[in-house]
Design a protein around this ligand. Structure first.
Ligand code: ZN
Length: 135
């Protein structure tokens, strides 16, 4: 149906939702201070990656949902595989997981927002070609 890498693969690799070639983020996820920094424009196809100011605030909802999901999985894992430890173990594990996964979650939720909500979400294989688009 469509050429190029699949939507899910592109999302996980942090690629532009339009051309699926350019990187969305300007820094790697382990860059503590800049991990969530998004390019103004896709370095490959030039699409504006933040369609309107404050767009990425919406990513907090995804981030929250992801964190709840991780907490539930962690809770069940502790219960079943670690023989239901004390409450403080649950709390510590969930806090640590949330902190450790924060950069990945933040990036992932921004990508989800871009792929699912943003107006440029439609994959355009031709956008990867060096034909410039003016708007
Ligand atoms: Zn692009």
């Amino acid at each position: 149906m469509s050429s190029g890498p699949g939507k899910v693969v592109s999302l996980i690799r942090g690629k532009c939702p339009r051309c699926r070639k350019g990187n969305v983020f300007s820094h790697p996820f382990y860059s503590i201070l800049n991990f969530s920094e998004v390019h103004d424009h896709c370095p490959h196809c030039g699409v504006k990656l933040e369609p309107e100011p404050g767009f990425f605030w919406g990513a907090m909802y995804f981030s929250y949902a992801l964190n709840v999901g991780v907490s539930i999985i962690a809770g069940f894992s502790l219960f079943f595989f670690f023989n239901d430890p004390d409450l403080w173990v649950y709390i510590m594990v969930i806090i640590l997981l949330t902190l450790i996964l924060m950069p990945l979650m933040t990036r992932f939720s921004r990508l989800l927002l871009m792929y699912l909500v943003a107006p440029y979400r439609k994959f355009d294989p031709i956008a990867g070609e060096p034909v410039s688009e003016s708007h």
